[in-house]
Design a protein around this ligand. Structure first.
Ligand SMILES: Cc1cc2nc3c(=O)[nH]c(=O)nc-3n(C[C@H](O)[C@H](O)[C@H](O)COP(=O)(O)O)c2cc1C
Length: 170
């Protein structure tokens, strides 16, 4: 297992996976990591819908305009926000984002790769997922995560940019 700092730097969005199943215990560990994220007032306003059936994943791919990562991913997780649990309006999006990043990093640490595909704030796509999966009104489809074993390793990009850092004043 990589150390935390290397995991952060080595995580990349992966859109091509090899044909290898993901052990359900690993999926469970990744979900657990999501649930350990910080959230406003510790409200944890998230739900996770796990898809591991090929036909269903392909159907989901067709519902999302930028979901090429689902062509080969053996697992897809839909992260949903719960407006009845969030601390105040606007918090479920922030809290779900924290949960997702935990999940992406956990997956990377366990030797798997992921891609975060936004559903929110695309209202039409949100409505499509709500309808297809019969989500209650207070459950908002927020994002998809593809999960699997990467076909290729992507090198670390250069991202550090000192011009974005401001000490003590703008
Ligand atoms: C809110 C959000 C929405 C994203 N939506 C998509 C998406 O719909 N499809 C996709 O292939 N990647 C999506 N990505 C992944 C980004 O394209 C990717 O994180 C970015 O290019 C940086 O690359 P890296 O993740 O490899 O560092 C999304 C990422 C975020 C944070």
């Amino acid at each position: 297992m990589e150390n935390t700092i290397d995991t952060i730097y080595d995580r990349r969005s992966v859109r091509k996976y090899i044909d290898k199943e993901v052990n359900p215990d690993i999926v469970d560990e990744i979900l657990r990591a999501g649930m350990f994220a910080p959230s406003g007032c510790n409200k944890q306003p998230w739900h996770f819908v796990v898809f591991n059936e090929k036909d269903l994943i392909q159907e989901i791919k067709a519902m999302h305009p930028y979901a090429s990562a689902l062509s080969t991913a053996p697992v897809c997780i839909m992260v949903c926000g719960d407006t009845e649990k969030e601390m105040a309006p606007g918090f479920y999006q922030v809290d779900c984002s924290a949960a997702i990043e935990n999940m992406l990093l956990c997956a990377k640490a366990l030797g798997l790769d992921t891609c975060w595909m936004g559903i929110y704030p695309w209202e039409e796509t949100m409505a499509d997922f709500t309808k297809r999966f019969e989500l209650p009104q207070h459950i908002k489809p927020f994002a998809l995560i593809s999960l699997g074993y990467a076909e290729n390793k992507t090198p670390r990009p250069k991202r550090y940019d000192s011009s974005r850092i401001h000490y003590n004043k703008w």
